[in-house]
Design a protein around this ligand. Sequence first.
Ligand code: HEM
Length: 466
Amino acid sequence: MTYVRHVRHSRRTPWRFAVSLGDVPSRRARSLPFLRPLTRHARIPVRAFEEASARAGGELVRLNMGPLRPYLVTHPDHVQHILKNNQPNYVRSGMFWDPLAPLLGQGILSDGEGWAASRKILQPVFTARYVNSLTERMAQIIDALIDATVVPGRRTNVAELISTLIHPTIVRLFLGATISDADINRLAPAYDTGVTARSIRLLLPFVPQRFPLPGDRAFRRAVRTIDEVVYPRIDNARARGDEEVDLVSRLVSARRHEPGADKLIRDDMVAIHGAATETSVTALSWVWPVLAAHPDVAAKVYAEVERVVGGGPVTVAHLPELTYLKMFVDELVRLYPPGWILPRTAAGNDLIDGIEVPAGSTMVLSPYLTHRLPDFWDRPLDFDPERFAPGNDRSRHRYAYFPFAAGPHVCLGPHLFMMEALLLIAGILCRFRPAPDTPGPTAPRLASTLRPSRGLSMTLVLAEGR
Ligand code: HEM
């Protein structure tokens, strides 16, 4: 067992612990050199994190990157401490979050009061009942998009194909069925620029926001484009006045008495859209290289889709029967969790497992690394959906698996994601079989999410008998 203790924190006290530690000796975290491993693994930087995690062996360590020395958090007890038990001390601000604040706004993807107000409104919206009410429409949209997009026998970039299927689906569900194709086509690249254009600020965190850096102008243009599409949708929803099922109508209705509501609704729409699309596209891009690498698993998936859905189309009634596919998706986001790191900043001093965590420290939690810890997972690197067969999670530490985070900031979208994943994968596989064009295993590429390596492509061929 590890020892985790809450420590009262104060922004004013300089580096000094505010509790008596009794007989628990406190110590500083071990520091692991990280710049050299990063250089050594420049092409696949996630390998440097894997090495650091192996050396840490579950201990709370610091990654020595010169002026920057974030804590690497992998042990499930420590994850629980930060995301749940002492969550108010670990805020979503700092070098990873601040550059994106003008895009994501002051709502659900911020912290503090703005976040709490948004969460209060959004949590009751994203009930299983509401998501289920969207699923029939989602099934129709995805089916029509597969029909319109997939050309059998043609080599296709995997991420582009999945984005072409996911992006309009999410936009139509959230921003309303009447949004034009032109507006949908403006949103996708604007989001992409929005989340990538400021990456340089992550490398230069000491440069104040007011000093211009390359990418800033593209970022501002992207934010403007997004606003030009989103604000009219808010007006449109208000003009309709009825309680439609789309998300923007629900938010207009929930905030109808609030001053400045439009900006608050905009912030939540943009943040949720970002949270929902980038993660889903990333997760569902991994399906294809994983199927190619595991023919035994693929055979089971194909057999289930054939038995349950036949030649399609997939309907809501099929979803509860796609049990192996659901286990496949659970295992997919274990080995390839799109949110591969969850950064936090310690607001006050803390003590985790006897290790001092001074106020202002950057904490890097990583579902990717925790999901691969040999102390908590049998054969951690094997892709095995059976881990998620009903009942098989009984002996697992609750915080050994957290692809959707945990605690007060837990993701609002797991159910929506699962519906979307089953519809998309079964929708493709009931008609086509994938043939990968890129030989060999696929390496993860670090972006804001954990994407498969750039340029991964496949060819979808008609399934036998179709
Ligand atoms: C594979 C798909 C998804 C993954 C892996 C994922 C993962 C996550 C993670 C790790 C967080 C916590 C981030 C943090 O606090 O640092 C989060 C938050 C969030 N996710 Fe997801 N997500 C996915 C899909 C979705 C979808 C489809 C929606 C749509 C509703 C969504 C909405 C949100 C929202 C609103 C939050 C912020 C919650 C809060 O802070 O109160 N996510 N997600």
